[in-house]
Design a protein around this ligand. Sequence first.
Ligand code: AP5
Length: 210
Amino acid sequence: MDLILLGAPGAGKGTQGALLTKTLGAPKIATGDMLRDAVRQGTPLGLQAKAVMDAGQLVSDDIVLGLVRERLSRPDAAAGAIFDGYPRNVAQAASLDALLAELGRRIDAVVYLDVHDDAIVERMSGRRTDPETGTVYHVVHNPAPDEIAARCVQRADDAEATVRERLEVYRRSTAPLVEHYRQAGVPVHTLDGGRPIDEVQADLRRALGR
Ligand code: AP5
């Protein structure tokens, strides 16, 4: 199954996608995670992407398409993938359709996680990531165990001003994808992403019939 998780920054795409990987037997392809890896490793692509990400803007479509193409070619993605944070605009959606068509596949479903802006800002300010495993926690809603909490870090783009810019970019470029996929006849499941993590996951599995 090829599934897209859509939603504003902090809506819970990464959290829900990570929980869903075992159920679907498909990997999560998260362009944000791949870009942050490149930044950490200091690759030329990472150096190029860093300033754009820190400003809350979108990295160029070509760079992101290259990352997704490479990731989709790996054996674990042969039977499907969970796309988290990709596509981000209509051009990326068209590229993804073409990429999947080359593999004889298409998007089977879109899950839209609907979350109110106030909750988004609170989630981002409390988000912490374990740099060793990449696991994402929240200081209140999903705290890391004590031995891990001490080494957790905050994302550079989770500063409030950057979050507001990311929300603006989301509204302008990404939110229209919900209608885009509806018009294209792809099943779009809208879930209340403002509920506790396990309840959203249960809704998600129900929606997908898993
Ligand atoms: P990216 O990493 O994709 O960030 P994003 O889309 O802004 O989404 P987030 O990762 O911030 O949030 P999420 O929805 O995954 O929420 P999470 O599960 O972590 O992109 C970062 C940047 O990279 C972009 O700004 C851009 O520059 C670049 N980029 C990436 N992809 C690109 C692309 N395709 N094209 C161009 N540029 C691209 O949850 C957030 C917090 O809330 C966590 O602390 C979590 O524990 C907590 N939480 C989650 N669910 C719940 C819940 N139900 N209740 C309470 N707390 C919850």
